[in-house]
Write a protein that binds this ligand. Structure first.
Ligand SMILES: Cc1cc2nc3c(=O)[nH]c(=O)nc-3n(C[C@H](O)[C@H](O)[C@H](O)COP(=O)(O)OP(=O)(O)OC[C@H]3O[C@@H](n4cnc5c(N)ncnc54)[C@H](O)[C@@H]3O)c2cc1C
Ligand SMILES: *[C@@H]1O[C@H](CO)[C@@H](O)[C@H](O)[C@H]1NC(C)=O
Ligand SMILES: *[C@@H]1O[C@H](CO)[C@@H](O)[C@H](O)[C@H]1NC(C)=O
Ligand SMILES: *[C@@H]1O[C@H](CO)[C@@H](O)[C@H](O)[C@H]1NC(C)=O
Ligand SMILES: *[C@@H]1O[C@H](CO)[C@@H](O)[C@H](O)[C@H]1NC(C)=O
Ligand SMILES: *[C@@H]1O[C@H](CO)[C@@H](O)[C@H](O)[C@H]1NC(C)=O
Ligand SMILES: *[C@@H]1O[C@H](CO)[C@@H](O)[C@H](O)[C@H]1NC(C)=O
Ligand SMILES: *[C@@H]1O[C@H](CO)[C@@H](O)[C@H](O)[C@H]1NC(C)=O
Ligand SMILES: *[C@@H]1O[C@H](CO)[C@@H](O)[C@H](O)[C@H]1NC(C)=O
Ligand SMILES: *[C@@H]1O[C@H](CO)[C@@H](O)[C@H](O)[C@H]1NC(C)=O
Length: 605
């Protein structure tokens, strides 16, 4: 009887397919040591998982992904799947726990510099905002690197290939909340605030009455990137949609030409040098702890570095690809002198401000009352519904400084164009957990998180020692430019103006901190900013692209490392100018385009 059950048949089929064809998940470098691969991808993060999935679509290609962190299905990683818990993932098993050097413009504070340390990388731990920025972002990249392939009209298809809009967890109709023709049909699921948060209702209501900077725009993922709108987030059915869930998990059935090695770091590139020729990269050294046995894997085609804004410049420098003078000081012999490796670190500073609100419909009681916290967690675990099924922010403004702002007398406009912003405001329906001010015992809040999205400060990532397991020296130089300080102050002032609109009457109360804006002095405002600025974690640019033949930059526009053969960088470190937005969608676009370029170079399917 049992043998005729269709259910049992299905189970047997599933087990067969799963164990026969699934990609191979390894935990020890010894498992891959004597194998040879067409491509080794270093870093199973946001970009790395895209490449793994796309390159192995050709069954004739063998790919190894090496990821320092663990499996996204480990019990340790469960909270990465719960959208609302994103801000609680800092300094946990799934992050790298980096901090910056003391930041001079932030009262010499060191700031946490989070990165994902798990399959999916930072897309598994980020706060889920999914935005590609304006068309101008890509058109400017194309101009700066002198390659039209990066222009929006040519990368649009990669955006469409990456994501799709899905209904929010509560199932409410999203007709009229976005422009369907601007969106694609890719594996990353994107949805809207699923709770109808009261703060978002007020923000969007006010935006619909606003006439200038904060005016309502239907869909920020449709080309123009200023104004106020619903925040689109990488969430599907109340669960985080990451590079690991969207690109890698489907291959757990049926992708035998892919090997994934977790818990292992690439420590150094293996190179060979023939006199008179550029050196060739031929493989990677792998290790699990300082001093542990080191295993080599060789490549037939390329090593691809997708280790992110910190990992990628570290591996390059450890392999002798970087600023020769600095490498020498560390006792690393130079393979090729590329001064820009590790420089040009760009990131966006972040400062949260809080207002008391006249409503009990905020999440503040969740933060205070462990009974409510446990109930909400249970609701997510049983139904993937409720508070935890959504991101923290549900609405957002992207604002330009006025063209007559005094800063523009001395500083050129750093934004990509008139449809790109200088400052972003994210609105959350309760006290944000991303700032530094302690949560008060009483009161309901709306938080406005301010981000300078077109910063001009630049920093660096340097090795502190030749030990690949030692933390690097990360100095983003936050707020070191006059523009960045000016923009943060102007953005905060514009929020105060926005919140004075009649639509907020009866809802918005006093700010938690009095910044004495009417005093005619910026002193308190700037003091608050210096005390409270952290990062929105959009670091990029430490292995930036530049035109072919340029005397600056690290990569050619095809993402190949200059002056060597067999090595590409595909991740956020390749970004030449920081987009005026959150950078996971731009990173996905880079990865999808890279996959296409690589397939075309080697005539893969
Ligand atoms: C806390 C946080 C919040 C963020 N919020 C948002 C947001 O809301 N919206 C948004 O768009 N963007 C956000 N970002 C930024 C965005 O997620 C990242 O910029 C983007 O995901 C970076 O992708 P990547 O491929 O460059 O690197 P990553 O995704 O970080 O991948 C790099 C991978 O390489 C691995 N690795 C590093 N070194 C080695 C090594 N030596 N050997 C093997 N593996 C290695 C890492 O463990 C990691 O898995 C956030 C980032 C963080 C950290
Ligand atoms: C996950 O989050 C819950 C609720 O905040 C917390 O109690 C638990 O300790 C977290 N688990 C891990 C593995 O961090
Ligand atoms: C980050 O810190 C957490 C908590 O201490 C730890 O479990 C984790 O292993 C650390 N991450 C790394 C990469 O060391
Ligand atoms: C920060 O450190 C620098 C160098 O050590 C010092 O000159 C400066 O006074 C410090 N600033 C503050 C606000 O402490
Ligand atoms: C985008 O901005 C351009 C230039 O300001 C304008 O012509 C166009 O109509 C805008 N498109 C949308 C969809 O708002
Ligand atoms: C916490 O919430 C529960 C459930 O709503 C409620 O019964 C309880 O009184 C609250 N506790 C406190 C201290 O407010
Ligand atoms: C900029 O122009 C606006 C109106 O056009 C005016 O109200 C404002 O005072 C001007 N600001 C500066 C700094 O000149
Ligand atoms: C760099 O190394 C020195 C000496 O070992 C150490 O004191 C310092 O803390 C390290 N810096 C970082 C950023 O880890
Ligand atoms: C608070 O909101 C209620 C209705 O929601 C309103 O009647 C009341 O006037 C508001 N209070 C203040 C101080 O605005
Ligand atoms: C900033 O921090 C300093 C030192 O902790 C404190 O004295 C000052 O009042 C703070 N300023 C503001 C505006 O928060």
């Amino acid at each position: 009887m049992a043998y005729s059950s269709p259910y049992l048949y299905f189970v047997i089929l599933y087990v067969l397919v799963y164990y026969v064809n699934a990609f191979n998940l390894y935990t020890s470098p010894a498992d891959v040591g004597n194998k040879s691969y067409d491509f080794v991808i270093v870093g199973g993060g946001t970009a790395g998982c895209v490449l793994a999935a796309r390159l192995t679509e050709d069954p004739g290609v063998r790919v190894l992904v090496v990821e320092a962190g663990g499996d996204n299905h480990d019990p340790d990683a469960l909270n990465t799947t719960i959208p609302f818990l994103a801000p609680t993932l800092a300094n946990s098993a799934v992050t790298w726990n980096f901090t910056t050097t003391p930041q001079q413009e932030l009262q010499n504070r060191s700031v946490a510099f989070e990165r994902g340390h798990v399959l999916g990388g930072s897309s598994s731990v980020n706060v889920l905002a999914y935005q590609r920025g304006s068309d101008e972002v890509y058109d400017r990249w194309a101009r700066v690197v002198e390659d039209d392939g990066w222009a929006w009209k040519n990368v649009r298809r990669y955006y469409l290939r990456n994501s799709r809009i899905v209904p929010p967890a509560d199932g409410h109709s999203i007709t009229g909340q976005f422009i369907p023709s601007a969106h694609g049909n890719g594996p990353v699921q994107v949805s809207f605030d699923n709770r109808h948060d009261v703060s978002n209702d007020f923000v969007l209501g006010a935006a619909k009455m606003a006439t200038d900077t904060h005016k309502f725009r239907l869909d920020l993922n449709a080309g123009n990137f200023t104004g106020t709108s619903f925040l689109q987030s990488s969430i599907g059915s109340g669960i985080r949609s990451s590079s690991a869930t969207a690109y890698l998990d489907p291959l757990r059935i049926g992708r035998e030409n892919l090997d994934v090695l977790i818990g292992t770091r690439a420590t150094k590139l293996i190179s060979s040098k023939t006199k008179g020729k550029s050196p060739s990269i031929e493989g990677v050294e792998l290790g699990q702890t300082k001093g542990s046995a080191c295993v080599s894997v060789m490549t037939k085609k390329e090593v691809i570095l997708s280790a992110g804004v910190i990992g990628t410049p570290m591996i390059l420098q450890l392999s002798g690809i970087g600023p020769a003078a600095q490498l020498k000081q560390l006792g690393i012999s130079t393979l090729v002198d590329i001064p820009d490796v590790g420089s040009n670190l760009m990131d966006q500073p972040f400062a949260a401000l809080y207002w008391f609100v006249n409503s009990s419909q905020t999440w503040d009681e969740y933060l205070r009352n462990t009974t409510i916290e446990a109930e909400d967690l249970e609701e997510w675990k049983t139904k993937h519904q409720g508070l935890l099924a959504g991101a923290s922010a549900g609405s957002v403004s992207y604002v330009r400084l006025p063209s007559n702002a005094s800063i523009f007398k001395t500083v050129p406009d750093p934004s990509a164009g008139l449809e790109s912003a200088h400052v972003e405001m994210l609105y959350t329906n309760g006290f944000s957990r991303l700032g530094l001010i302690p949560f008060p015992d009483k009161g309901n809040f709306m938080t406005v998180e301010h981000v300078v999205v077109s910063p001009t400060s630049r920093g660096s990532v340097r090795l502190n020692s030749s030990d690949p397991f030692a933390a690097p020296i990360i100095d983003p130089n936050y707020l070191s430019s006059e523009f960045d300080r000016f923009a943060m102050m102007a953005g905060i002032r514009s929020t105060f103006d926005f919140l004075k609109l009649p639509a907020f009457k009866g809802f918005i109360g006093e700010p938690l901190v009095d910044l004495q804006l009417d005093s005619g002095s910026d002193a308190t405002l700037l003091g608050y900013i210096r005390n409270n600025t952290v990062t929105v974690n959009h670091g990029c640019g430490t292995a930036r692209m530049s035109p072919v033949g340029a005397d600056w930059g690290v990569l050619d526009p095809n993402l190949k490392v200059k002056k060597v053969n067999g090595l590409r960088v595909v991740d956020a470190s390749s970004i030449v100018l920081i987009p005026e937005t959150h950078i996971q969608a731009p990173t996905y676009i880079i990865a999808e385009k890279a996959a296409d370029m690589i397939k075309s170079d080697y005539r893969l399917r």
